[in-house]
Design a binder for this molecule. Structure first.
Ligand code: HEC
Length: 133
């Protein structure tokens, strides 16, 4: 249970957001059923993903824990903006808004973690009378 609590705490950090965005850029995403469909991974070369993640964080008003790369804006406008828009806002709901305060993937992961923690607590309560009669 403690690793879930630890991850929940870590999920508030810029480093966690950064890792999530890099992962989506590299591997894609297929869990939210947007009208625009799914996102494939690997639209940009692997070494472009970190700088691009920083660029996305900045669009959303987050400070990136790593230096931005110079080609990030070029990659974003030529590759990502076709779906997410130049401002990252997602073309009127057809694609996800990358500037929302909490990205969908992170919100969903937090819900999962909170649920696991609640289940763990419920089990602890149930088992108390047995271990401590
Ligand atoms: C062909 C359209 C398309 C392109 C191009 C595209 N995306 Fe996406 N992106 C999507 C869709 C659709 C989703 C939601 C997928 C799902 O349902 O899980 C998504 C999800 C995301 C998410 C997760 C959003 C969240 O709220 O959790 C991030 C981050 C992201 N894209 C960044 C990028 C970046 C950076 C690029 C450029 C390399 C890019 N996308 C290119 C369509 C696209």
């Amino acid at each position: 249970m403690s690793h879930w609590r630890e991850e929940l705490k870590r999920s508030e950090t810029p480093e966690y957001l950064y890792d999530y965005i890099v992962r989506v850029i590299e591997h894609g995403s297929d869990q939210f059923h947007f009208p625009g469909g799914v996102m494939e991974g690997g639209y940009v070369p692997k070494d472009a993903a970190p700088g691009l993640a920083c660029y996305v964080m900045k669009l959303g008003g987050h400070r990136c824990p790593h230096p931005a790369s110079r080609d990030a804006a070029m990659y974003f406008s030529s590759v990502c903006a076709g779906c997410h828009g130049n401002d990252g806002k997602g073309l009127h709901g057809t694609y996800p808004d990358l500037t929302r305060p909490t990205l969908l993937g992170i919100a969903k992961r937090r819900d999962f973690l909170r649920q696991k923690l609640a289940e763990g607590e419920a089990r602890t309560k149930l088992s108390k009378p047995l271990t401590n009669p």
